[in-house]
Every structure is written in structure tokens, then in C-alpha cells.
Design a protein around this ligand. Structure first.
Ligand SMILES: [Zn+2]
Length: 79
């Protein structure tokens, strides 16, 4: 499935940092893994240089857990 849904722009975004390029990019959560992999493949020969900002990696884990929790507990959080 292609991500062409413009209505999803308000989704959580994750900062990806690349110390080698000295860049930070905000990537929609759903695209983070792809973006990191693509960046490293295209610019760093597949080395794991770019990564999710370590400072917020914990928050991302929480966020993902929350999203999964919301999916699982859809009945409870229904409003
Ligand atoms: Zn880079």
C-alpha cells in the first residue's frame, strides 16, 4: 500500500539524526524504518549511521506502545 493519504499529516513524527551528514529529519512514524534504511543505503553504503534521535527513542517506544494499545483497546477509548 502506498502512503498517499494527505489526511494523515498530523500523525506523530520522529526525528532522525545522522551525525555523518549533520542532518535531522522529521519522518512520520510509519515511514521511519524505511527512511533510515534508505538514507543509510543511499549515503552510507548500508552502514547504520542515521538513526532515531536517542533522546526520544524511549518516547517513541511509548508512542508505539500507546498506538498499539489504542488499537487493542479501541472499545475502551471509544468516544
Ligand atoms: Zn547520513
Amino acid at each position: 500500500m502506498a502512503n498517499t493519504n494527505d489526511a494523515d499529516e498530523d500523525g506523530p513524527r520522529v526525528p532522525i539524526v545522522c551525525p555523518a551528514c549533520e542532518t535531522t529529519s522529521r519522518i512520520p512514524l510509519a515511514d521511519v524504518a524505511d527512511a533510515v534504511e534508505r538514507h543509510n543505503e543511499q549515503l552510507h553504503d548500508g552502514d547504520d549511521v542515521a538513526e532515531v534521535d536517542p533522546d526520544i527513542a524511549d518516547q517513541i517506544a511509548d508512542l508505539v506502545a500507546t498506538e498499539l494499545g489504542l488499537l487493542e483497546d479501541a472499545d475502551e477509548s471509544h468516544s
